[in-house]
Design a protein around this ligand. Structure first.
Ligand code: HEC
Length: 135
């Protein structure tokens, strides 16, 4: 290889490595943007926090809040009802959070039904992820 070819190959490898680091954030931003588009109004981290930390009476009696399992220390681990550890929810403590749309949807489906007794709306999901991503 000529030196210029090696230089170009190294440059491309470097760009690909950077893209790998950026892709987790890109996936999360895309998911949040799609909830914002479906909601049709600006998202609010404050509302997301209130929903997550709040106590609700419309769901299952043994899961009145998101923090029943995720705890109020979101940079630390949570625990399922069966005592299995759940990884931290704060993106600063767990950078892979909220990067796989199917995983996010699956768990919003289960957890909103357990805690609220209904699906979360796109606005609520967008609010929740805006707040959780800021932690
Ligand atoms: C019964 C226990 C429990 C409750 C209550 C609960 N969760 Fe979870 N949650 C889990 C488990 C278990 C997972 C999947 C394991 C993991 O992601 O580490 C999860 C995953 C998630 C995820 C997916 C995270 C990702 O990386 O994409 C989101 C979002 C979420 N929960 C939000 C909520 C919200 C919002 C509430 C309250 C409405 C809530 N959870 C209440 C147990 C719970």
């Amino acid at each position: 290889m000529k030196p210029t070819t090696i230089g170009a190959a190294t440059g491309i490898a470097f760009i690909l490595a950077l893209a790998g680091i950026a892709s987790a954030a890109g996936g999360r931003d895309t998911i949040i943007a799609s909830y914002a588009a479906a909601a049709g109004e600006p998202l609010s981290a404050e509302r997301g926090k209130a929903l997550f930390m709040g106590t609700h009476s419309s769901g299952k009696p043994d899961t009145p809040s998101c923090i029943t399992c995720h705890t109020d220390n979101l940079k630390g681990p949570g625990k399922t009802r069966a005592g299995k550890e759940i990884e931290p929810m704060a993106v600063s403590a767990n950078p892979q959070r909220y990067t796989d749309p199917a995983f996010v949807e699956k768990w919003f489906g289960r957890n909103c039904n357990s805690v609220l007794g209904r699906e979360c709306t796109p606005l609520e999901k967008g609010d929740l992820l805006t707040w959780l991503s800021s932690l």
